[in-house]
Design a protein around this ligand. Structure first.
Ligand code: HAM
Length: 416
């Protein structure tokens, strides 16, 4: 029969890899919780118009990469391509702003983008993200960047750098867009077909285009930093001081615009040059809550791409408590053995058993192959004597113990 494989751009995270994923997740969770963030769990599917309105109808994410379908009632649904729009929707819908002036929220889970799969680019990928809603001060921007920096240091990630920029507010952005449009007037013919449209509709997107001729056109464009109004400039300067104060490695990149339209003022990415990849990105989005139908509340956040972080972890050996393998010889031993196993589990000792009928030598051969360090053997002989046999698989040493003694001994060995 034909084997049904996973879909293109999707991947399985196998049991031997999951511990590393959990370690990364727990570092982000622990760091965020230390800064007072609380978890929010948002749905995987949303009304597709949430993303059109939130991320921007002219972005690649919405125009080209969204998984969209109609449900049985004909409603337009999308699999979430990111978490920010959903968090903002939940924030407004549940009136979280009535509970706290400043809401610090984090989320973790799969996101979906129908992009061309390649190294580090998947159609289902995992993001850990934080959002602070309700704060206008640049220290909020600094705080989210700091959470990333602390987490990456805890994970011993090397050679990463924060690329930072400011996109300004509506006032400076409008002035800058006008300037860029003028700059592009006589250069449009050298742009790719997509950027020819962008030049009029959304010229900042051209900075993001991977096409070499577009990059060539845009590289000498005026820098947005020069167009920032006093307020936006002040915001940016304070953030830069914050990053310097905490020795966070950063570089100002005036061409950084990001692929989502909701940003105002600060934008940033965490870039690993050696891998030519961004492992996190974020920024401030002071208008999004209002644009999605909520009150006028500013916000800032980031999302880190866990799939891209996993290959960067040097120490992949994660200590894992090995299960004690139970070997039963005969039905009577199994009946007694399952009661003993439950006692072990109640003592928080990890167990596993092979209930299939096999000879002792075959059981031991399998346990060896699995790399088991300790086995508990139970047959008719042991049941008669009301004991179990504890066997060290590395040196062959074995000892008869009653259940209570066995639990104490094993707890001593595995230090739990
Ligand atoms: P983003 O830059 O689109 O931002 O995604 C954040 C991170 O997710 C990227 O830096 C990358 O590590 C990872 N990522 C994105 N697409 C893929 C993919 N196809 N395969 C693997 N990893 C990927 C956002 O999503 C914003 N919501 C971030 C944000 C939060 N801004 C404010 N708050």
């Amino acid at each position: 029969m034909e084997i049904l494989n996973r879909l293109r751009g999707m991947k399985d995270i196998l049991p031997k890899e999951v511990d590393l994923w959990k370690k990364i997740e727990s570092v982000f969770i622990e760091t965020s919780e230390l800064f007072g963030f609380k978890e929010i769990r948002i749905p995987i599917m949303e009304n597709k118009f949430l993303f059109e309105r939130g991320i921007g109808a002219n972005t690649d994410i919405v125009m080209k990469e969204m998984y969209e379908f109609k449900d049985k009632k004909g409603r337009e649904i999308a699999l979430r391509p990111e978490g920010t729009a959903s968090v903002v929707r939940a924030y407004i819908e549940n009136k979280i702003y009535n509970v706290d002036k400043i809401s610090r929220l984090y989320y973790y889970g799969p996101m979906f983008r129908y992009d061309r799969p390649q190294k580090g680019r998947y159609r289902q990928f995992y993001q850990f993200g934080v959002e602070i809603l309700g704060g206008r001060h640049p220290y909020f921007d600094g705080e989210v960047i700091q959470i990333l920096d602390i987490s990456f240091k805890k994970l011993e990630i090397e050679n990463y750098i924060f690329l930072v920029n400011s996109l300004g507010c509506e006032i400076c952005k409008v002035k800058y867009i006008k300037e860029i449009k003028e700059y592009l007037i006589f250069k449009v013919s050298s742009l790719c077909n997509d950027c020819k449209i962008r030049a009029d509709k959304n010229p900042l997107r051209i900075f993001d285009c991977k096409n070499l001729s577009c990059q060539d056109v845009i590289k000498d464009a005026p820098s947005i930093i020069e167009f920032l109004c006093d307020n936006c400039k002040h915001h940016f300067d304070i953030l830069i001081d914050f990053l310097s104060k905490f020795n966070i490695q950063f570089k100002i990149k005036p061409t950084l615009v990001r692929g989502l339209d909701y940003y105002t003022k600060t934008v940033f990415e965490v870039f690993v040059e050696k891998e030519n990849t961004a492992i996190a990105g974020g920024g401030r989005y002071d208008n999004l809550v209002k644009e999605i139908g909520g009150p006028d509340i500013p916000a800032v956040g980031f999302a880190a791409g866990i799939d891209r972080i996993v290959p960067l972890i040097k120490n992949k050996d994660i200590e894992r408590k090995e299960a004690i393998r139970f070997i039963f010889l005969g039905e009577r031993a199994k009946m007694k053995g399952i009661e003993i196993m439950k006692k072990f589990v109640e003592e928080k000792i990890i167990v596993d058993a092979d209930y299939e009928e096999r000879s002792l030598s075959e059981h031991l051969r399998i346990a060896n192959k699995l790399g088991k360090k300790w086995c508990i053997i139970l047959g008719d002989n042991e049941i008669e004597k009301d004991i179990i046999l504890l066997k060290n698989m590395e040196n062959g040493f074995q000892i008869e113990l009653n259940v209570k003694e066995a639990i104490t001994k094993i707890k001593e060995i595995i230090k739990c």
